[in-house]
Structure formats: structure tokens, C-alpha cells
Design a protein. Structure first.
Length: 357
């Protein structure tokens, strides 16, 4: 019941609660010092994007890595294979915009031969070109980023006028039967008034709308006051639909979202509350950037270089192990609201577009 959930939960309390259960699944390489087993690898395929979402892409743009320091398709597959050997069973492709990569279909096909399920995070602009490739690769899970259902607002948020194409493509992936989640980053004064409209979309559509709290990264002018919190979302939802119609759903293990549905609706909705209510205690994610750096946390500025090792013909396993051992309990050590909410503490981290969300 959302009305009973406080604005912030002390992260350290959460860690104690769930660590014991996660300890049971250990395989040594991908287990961190807190017993968390990392079976979920997120690979950024590219730093470039065809949108300019203001919460993600710094206004001044980003310094792109030279092409020679980006992973080739072969290098991506080689690194992914090592992770799968050690227990990764889910791989998400992200970016930048992953579908901008010219060899996307080939990377997808090669990864589909590994023993891991595949997922994709995309802004949807180009997805109509890849429907058959995605099906052939048995990729079913698509996170489709869409922050507004209004064309003008889309232009303001993404700085590009691709709304029509993106809406058509959203309908397409739903029609084609992909397991679709819509990622909407909530921005105070910009799209928070669309929370109810998005949830109403789930009445007839079998999608999961995930409201994401705006997170701080280098160059995105984050400010706590621009974040729409989990509690604020639930207040609006309860006020509109009535508390008895809002049902709390069971979250999947390691889920970053708190899931709900409206009684009688086909789809569901969720809130990802990284800022006000972190979920680090059950974190199973590890990230690989497009230039081959391993990141143990979204908020950490420490990276381990896998690509140089691969190119030198060295084993990446000791490097992976080091990355896992260095992982902090909560949000890269920014474990109190005071340290996390200080935007200065995020300036040495990459911008989101160069991490791969
Ligand atoms: N271009 C693809 C897309 O937009 O889906 C994949 C990359 S994008 C960086 C991945 C996800 O990160 C998107 O759902 C986006 O909304 C989210 N994201 C980016 N910046 C964010 C921020 N500052 N706070 C919260 N989520 C953010
Ligand atoms: Fe591009 Fe995705 Fe970032 Fe938007 S959120 S700028 S679509 S990478």
C-alpha cells in the first residue's frame, strides 16, 4: 500500500534484510563483498544518440570516444561469453541509442547463441527496422523510453521531433507481442501531470509503465527539486483512482521497480525510486560501456578496463573480480540522502548517455 511507504528508507537496513537470501546463489567471480551475485550484464553498444533528452545528454553534448577505442562486435561477444560462463543469464543491450549501431543485427544474432536471455532498452525511433532480427534472436523484453504522450512536450524533452514515429513504433512492438515496458523519467513541472494519462494507457494495453525518478549525472543539471518522488507519484495515483483500486503487485526478484496495477486494467505500472528509496540491497547488475569499461554501479566513477586486456590477449577474469570486490553497499558509497543529493558529488561520474542506463 503506497500510502504507508515513507519518502526514504535507510539503505543499510535493506541490505541486511536481503543479503542472506542472495548469498545462497554464489559463484565466486560475480559475487561482491556483500554476497550479491551479479547475473545481469548491461552492455552499452554505442555512445551516440538520435535524441537529446535533457535529463540524459548534457546541453553542451559529449566528447565521443575515438572509434578505435570502442568495442567491436567480436570484442563485445567475447566479453559477454566470459560473463555467461560465470553465471550471467541476462544481457541487456543499451546505449546511447543501441539501434544506431550499424552492426546491431549481427551483434544480436551472435549474442543470441549464448545461454542468456536478451533484452533491449531503446528510444524506439528505429525499432521498426529490427522487428524480424529481434524475433529471430528470441529477444522478448523491450524497455521503450517515452516520457510523454504529447507531441510538443516530446520535442521539448528530447529536442527532436520524432514523436509520431516513436508512437507508431510503440504500437508496433505491443502489437508484435513483445514484453514491453515504457520508461518515463518524471520531471517536475514538465510531465508529472501525465502520470494518470500514462496509467490510463494500461487499461487496454498490456504494458508496464515505469515512472523513473530523475537521477543525477554529470552535465544534466540535476536538482532534487526537479525529481518527482515515489511518494508523490503514489499520492497522485491514490487521489485519482481511489486507494482501494490501486493494487500492489509482487515484484520480481532483483526488481528495481515497485509494481502496481489498477483493478481491472490489462497492464500495470511501477516506480523506480533510485533517489528517494534505493534498491541496492538486491542489486544484480553490472555494466559494460561502449568503450569496454566495466562499471560496478551506475553512480560510481571507478571503472575497470576490459577492452585493453582483451586486445592484449589477457584474461579479463581478475579484472572482473576486482570490479566486484570494489563495489560498495549502496550507490557507490553515496549512501546518505545528504551525500547523494549533493550534485557536486556526481560531477566525476559519466553522463548517463555514456554509461548506458
Ligand atoms: N537510448 C536508449 C533509451 O533512451 O532507451 C537507451 C539508453 S538510455 C541512457 C536508458 C534509460 O536511461 C532510458 O530509459 C532513460 O530514460 C534513462 N535515463 C537517462 N538519463 C536518466 C536520468 N538522469 N535519470 C533517470 N533515468 C535516466
Ligand atoms: Fe538518447 Fe536514451 Fe539518452 Fe534520450 S535517454 S538522450 S534517447 S540515450
Amino acid at each position: 500500500n503506497g500510502s504507508r511507504i515513507s519518502d526514504r528508507i535507510t539503505p543499510s537496513r535493506c541490505i541486511k534484510r536481503k543479503t542472506a537470501r542472495l548469498m545462497k546463489q554464489t559463484t565466486p567471480l560475480l559475487v561482491d563483498s556483500f554476497g550479491r551475485f551479479h547475473n545481469y550484464l548491461r552492455i552499452s553498444l554505442i555512445e551516440k544518440c538520435n535524441l537529446r533528452c535533457t535529463y540524459c545528454m548534457p546541453r553542451e553534448g559529449i566528447q565521443l570516444s575515438p572509434k578505435s577505442s570502442l568495442m567491436s562486435a567480436e570484442e563485445i561477444v567475447e566479453i559477454a561469453k566470459t560473463f555467461v560462463i560465470h553465471g550471467v543469464d541476462k544481457i541487456r543491450l543499451t546505449g546511447g541509442e543501441p539501434l544506431l549501431r550499424k552492426d546491431f543485427a549481427s551483434i544480436l544474432a551472435q549474442l543470441s547463441t549464448l545461454k542468456a536471455s536478451l533484452a533491449l532498452t531503446t528510444n524506439g525511433v528505429l525499432i521498426d527496422r529490427y522487428i524480424d532480427d529481434l524475433k529471430r534472436a528470441r529477444l522478448q523484453k523491450i524497455n521503450f523510453s517515452l516520457d510523454t504522450l504529447d507531441a510538443d512536450k516530446f520535442n521539448t524533452i528530447t529536442l527532436r521531433s520524432q514523436f509520431k514515429k516513436v508512437r507508431e513504433n510503440l504500437d508496433l512492438v505491443i502489437r508484435e507481442g513483445f514484453e514491453t515496458k515504457i520508461n518515463a523519467v518524471l520531471l517536475k513541472g514538465e510531465n508529472e501531470d501525465e502520470i494518470i494519462r500514462f496509467i490510463e494507457f494500461t487499461e487496454k494495453h498490456n504494458v508496464n509503465i515505469r515512472f523513473i525518478e530523475f537521477m543525477p549525472f554529470q552535465g544534466n543539471s540535476w536538482d532534487q527539486s526537479k525529481t518527482v518522488s515515489y511518494t508523490e507519484v503514489m499520492k497522485r495515483v491514490h487521489a485519482h483512482f481511489g486507494i482501494e483500486k490501486v493494487l500492489r503487485l509482487e515484484d520480481a526478484p532483483n526488481d528495481t521497480a515497485k509494481n502496481y496495477c489498477i483493478k481491472g486494467f490489462t497492464g500495470s505500472f511501477a516506480v523506480i525510486s533510485t533517489v528517494t528509496n534505493p534498491f541496492c540491497d538486491s542489486c544484480n547488475r553490472i555494466r559494460l560501456t561502449a568503450n569496454g569499461k566495466l562499471r560496478n554501479c551506475l553512480f560510481s566513477d571507478k571503472e575497470q578496463d576490459l577492452l585493453t586486456a582483451i586486445r592484449a590477449g589477457e584474461s579479463i577474469e581478475p579484472i572482473v573480480q576486482r570490479a566486484l570486490k570494489l563495489k560498495k553497499a549502496v550507490r557507490a558509497g553515496l549512501d546518505s540522502p545528504e551525500t547523494f543529493d549533493n550534485y557536486h558529488n556526481h560531477q566525476t561520474n559519466r553522463s548517463m548517455i555514456k554509461i548506458g542506463g
